[in-house]
Design a protein around this ligand. Structure first.
Ligand code: UGA
Length: 442
């Protein structure tokens, strides 16, 4: 099939590359010339495991193309995927400017019937509006149908999620359109669910809101565990053993971040408010999550008092491992809170330093070496559970730090292992390990 993809962000690139891999002729379009030039050289503008080899392979075999010429790209496409961003507006609602812009660009360019498939996360009713825009702009002899096809891929495992996802949702009121899109996805051997357009749009928001709720729920239980001297890991295993609940997304920590959960939760609260149904449960989920982000510095102050002039190592900047994305990352709150307390910070991350630097600037030092961050530090705060951090020998904390105090926001180490070392270790929802031993008092 001849496919065009509007927007080369996370979703667009992964969609384009994977559909080319399945044998389709795919053109990915974007207005950013630099990005397209980079992609044409087979280089990915984002860090995503497995993406670049697929990108290179499909460029070389001629199935994948990149262009800034929107008109040419849309002109003869049979299906156009809209994968442009829906950034958050100041009131929490989704900004649909790019979505509607893409819809009118497509309508102005097509020379044959087309199916527009929206993968971007959009509020309920957006696809109806897309259809309206296209029908009022397109040549009268051509047919345009709209399909809501939400994407459930995770950063860091996006290729695997696209190729081997749990389900594919096809929301449309056109049998022709949903049939064509179904044919496109049948070879993936993933269960396909056909729904009406609005239900498909809602499935995406409700999925992310439910996962965010699981996280805030387990984080609240973790806080209670700390007070009653229970261990959140045992508790999560115990409740997750019930298959009706499940163990996934019950990992306690300093809260969710990224470009999806925070934005989508806010947008759903906004959407619910618009139809006069205050979504109090989700509002609480968001409140709990904001609180989690500020836990490490609160815990640090409780333990060591003033942080003024203290050298602190922040380990991990990305919102989760295997991505260089720092959007809404807990690390940003931690760094800002530490700066407010007057701490001196060296932050470590294997891949996200550049993105973090764009937001945090030169107010802190950055490194891609854990040892450098730990050197002479009086406190280490773990914000992301990178393998590099999880596999750091615990000796390093003793060897390099001035005071071996760790606040672990992601429960990276088993307590039994920590207990073998003279470390002070505070994690989330597990008993604190306090060692009176201080290097400085020797
Ligand atoms: C999320 C969803 O998982 C995808 O299904 C969805 O397609 C995507 O949003 C989107 O809407 O585009 P993503 O944001 O890439 O994917 O990352 P997740 O792996 O879901 O993690 C989100 C955040 O939750 C991370 O900060 C992670 O550290 C945190 N988390 C996750 C926890 O704190 N505990 C857990 O048990 C799981």
């Amino acid at each position: 099939m001849k496919i065009a993809v509007a927007g080369t962000g996370y979703v667009g690139l992964v969609t384009g590359v994977c559909l080319a891999e399945m044998g389709h002729d795919v053109t990915c379009l974007d207005i950013e010339e630099e990005k397209i030039a980079l992609l044409e050289e087979g280089r990915s503008p984002i860090y995503e495991p497995g993406l670049e080899p697929l990108l290179k392979r499909n460029l070389h075999n001629g199935r994948l193309h990149f262009s800034t010429n929107l008109k040419l790209g849309y002109r003869n496409a049979q299906i156009v995927f809209i994968t442009v961003g829906t950034p958050e507006k100041p009131d929490g609602s989704a900004d649909l400017e790019y979505i509607y812009g893409a819809a009118s660009d497509i309508a102005n360019s097509i020379e044959n019937d087309v199916i527009v498939c929206t993968k971007s996360t959009v509020p309920v009713g957006t696809n109806d509006q897309i259809k309206h825009i296209m029908n009022s702009t397109k040549p009268p002899n051509l047919k345009v149908e709209v399909v809501a096809n939400p994407e459930f891929l995770r950063e860091g495992s996006a290729i695997i999620d696209f190729l081997y996802g749990d389900r594919i949702v096809i929301g449309s009121d056109s049998e022709w359109a949903s049939g064509v899109v179904e044919q496109l996805f049948i070879p993936f051997k993933i269960p396909i669910m056909k729904t009406d357009i609005r239900s498909a749009e809602m499935i995406k928001y409700a999925s992310n809101a439910f996962l965010a709720t699981k996280i805030s729920f387990i984080n609240e239980i973790a806080s209670i565990c700390e007070k009653v001297e229970a261990n959140i890991e045992e508790v999560a295993n115990g409740i997750g053993g019930d298959h009706r609940i499940g163990r996934s997304f019950l990992k306690a920590g300093i809260g969710y971040g990224g470009s999806c959960f925070p934005k989508d939760a806010n947008a759903l609260v906004q959407l619910a408010g618009n139809v006069e149904h205050p979504f109090e449960l989700l509002e609480a989920v968001i409140k709990v999550n904001n609180h989690q982000h500020s836990l490490p510095v609160k815990k640090a102050k409780e333990l060591i008092g003033s942080l003024r002039g203290k050298k602190v190592a922040v380990l991990g900047l990305s919102f989760k491992p295997d991505t260089d994305d720092v959007r809404e990352a807990a690390s940003l709150t931690i760094v800002n809170d530490l700066l407010e307390e007057g701490a001196v910070i060296t932050a470590y991350d294997p891949v996200a330093v550049r993105n973090a630097q764009n937001i945090l600037g030169d107010r802190i030092e950055y490194t891609t070496e854990i040892q450098t961050a730990l050197l002479e530090a009086e406190l280490a705060i773990i914000a992301t559970e990178w393998d590099q951090i999880k596999h750091t020998p615990l000796d390093f904390f003793l060897l390099y730090m001035k005071e071996p105090i760790i606040i672990d926001g992601r429960n990276c180490y088993p307590l039994e292992k920590i207990e073998q070392y003279p470390l002070t270790y505070i994690s989330i929802g597990r008993p604190a390990i306090i060692h009176e031993y201080r290097k400085s008092s020797l």
